[in-house]
Structures are given as C-alpha cells and as structure tokens.
Write a protein that binds this ligand. Sequence first.
Ligand code: EPU
Length: 344
Amino acid sequence: MHTVIPDYNMKMQNTFRMNVSCKGWIEYTDASDLPGIIATLGDTDFIHIGQGSNMLFLGNYNGSVLHSRILTLETSPGENATTLVRAGAGISMDSLIEHTCGAGLWGLENLSGIPGEVGASAVQNVGAYGVEAKDAIVSVDCYDTFERRFVTLSNSDCKFGYRDSLFKSAEFKGRYIVTHVTYRLSASGCPVLDYGHLNDCFDNVSTLTPSLVRNRILEIRSKKLPDVEKVGSAGSFFKNPVVDAETHADFVQRVKTVLGSDATAPAFKVGECYKLSAAWLIDRAGLKGYQIGNVATWHTQPLVIVNATGKASPEEVLQLENLIIERVRDTFGITLHPEVEHID
Ligand code: EPU
C-alpha cells in the first residue's frame, strides 16, 4: 500500500529541522509497491530518504520524496551458529538494535543511538565506536529503478568504504532503492571495545551482554552528541579527513608551528594513509561551540553543526560550513569535506 501527499512540508522529516517542502511525499509499506510508484513517476525527479538524518535540504525540493515504511523483521539460522536478521528498510536502526541486543545477539550494539533507518545503514555504512554496518551486513535487497527489477546485492557488491558504498557512487546514485537489509549476528560474538577507552568502562568483560554495551554507548553518546529530538542536527557534518604520508608530515609540523613545539594531533594509520580527527581540527581552529545567527557547532562535539534556535535556514548552515572549511584550511592546511548530503 502507498500514500501520496502533495506539497508536503518536510520539517519533521529531516533531523536538521530545515523548513522545506517537496512536490509530493510518497510512503509505501511493501517492496511490491515500488514498480508501480516508479512507473507512475516517469521522468519526474525523485529522491528516497530515510529519517533524513544525514542530509541538508538547500531549499524546497522540486520533485517527489519517497520514504519506506517496510517494517518487517525476519530471523533465521545462519552458518556457524549465527543468526540472520532481515530487516525492512523503514525500521529505525536504533529500535532494531534495541531488539537484537534484547535478544542477546552481538554485532550491532556499538551502533546504538545512531539516528536513521535500516536502509540508510547500508547506503551510508554508518559507523561508531570501532564498528561499521558493513561488518554485520550479509546482503542488501533492492529495487533496481533502471532495470525495473528486484535484486539482492552481496556485501562485496555494495563496495562499502568509510561512510561510503556503491549506493552513493556517481555511477549508481539513485539507481537502487533498498527494501531490506540482512545482518549476520551472533549469540556468542565478542564485544568490540577497543575504540577510545570503551574497555575501561567495564570491570568484567566476560559477563558482558549486548544490552550492557548498548547502554554504555548510549550514555557516552548522550554526553557528547545532541539529541536530534531536541536540537536539530545531521550528526557529524564532516568526514574525518584521510591524507597521504607527505601531507601528514606537513600537518605534524604545522600543528607545532600553530600550537607550540610540544603539540600533537590525533592520527590513525589506515593503510599507507592517515585518518585525522575533524573534531580536533575544528576544536583547535577555535570553532568549538561557535555560533553565527541560528547555527552553531556543538559545545562537546564540534564536528556536529546544530540548528541552535530551531529557526536556522539552509543558507546559514552553508555559511558556517564554509567558514569552518576555510578556517581549518588556513590554520592547518587540511581541507574538510562534508559527510552530510546536500540536496537542491
Ligand atoms: N575531539 C576534540 N574535541 C572535541 C571532541 C573530539 O579534539 O570537542 C577529538 C578527540 O581527539 C577525540 C577525537 O576527536 O579523541 C575523536 O572524537 P570522537 O570519538 O567523538 O569521534 P569522531 O571521529 O569525531 C566519529 C564519527 C561519529 C561517531 C564517533 C564515535 C565520523 C565523521 N564521525 O566521530 O559518527 O559517533 O566517531 O565512534 O566518522 C556521525 O557519523 O554522525 C557520527 C556522530
């Protein structure tokens, strides 16, 4: 079944709470609705969104916006005593994780508290605390809007990377609509506690349960990140920059010049490259808790741009985005790139 609402205000459909509208808002409850919906749309513009938690609408959208309300959840036994969980794309990721943790299944607990829906977990390869969705995803069921048929993509077909996948690539963007994601979870999996000092939070790791880790992650997140129910934001606004060894060496010197000869910056080796901390760069560029007009960087995690007053416009967000990029580049010689998708 599907519903179509013309001239729809999407303020509550994007977590940044931008006051924008679309020509048509289309929600559907079953994958079998998609062939008819796509055929009816013909050549008119459309996008598909989840909870709208990783996007910035730059103005009213002059086309249709599709949203999945596929909420089915099926479990079946997998290889080596694992459990396969096939979830509808419209399920909120956090309610899925609450459910799997409650069932004693390991694999998704570190992703607790991330806003967004199951479909977007695959598109965006969401990640937190040393785990990415791709670590648990077995396959992704989609509707191919080009060939007008249903397909199942394996984990390797999805070409997952850091906050990246085939679904975001220039070649395939907009082509596949995710209908279901299948995750492989395990009752005997081991917790991933090596990010930051997560390990220090627990006295006895052998008695841990997925729900205990989930609760700890939710506690950490609530101290650092704004609650999207209360303050509009799209989570991390920028990606952590990955730079080559030469750029990293220049950066290390620049940090000493700017902050003093003892100063060091966090950097994590990724293959031959280094992943830098965008939060650290913004913080040390003096922009933590920085506000212009209705927008600001969050006071405990400056990687997050917030709609501080609830009245921010897309232009104000863009203004702060550009100011941050310029200030970080001028201070440290590093260029930040937004993680949040801009939609015009
Ligand atoms: N830091 C500062 N100042 C601050 C906050 C952080 O200097 O005010 C530095 C610290 O050095 C800290 C480092 O930044 O150790 C990393 O901070 P954090 O652990 O919060 O992680 P992050 O790299 O900033 C990433 C994800 C988050 C995810 C966290 C935890 C990206 C773009 N962001 O942030 O994801 O929750 O790790 O795993 O990769 C999101 O994608 O929306 C998101 C919130």
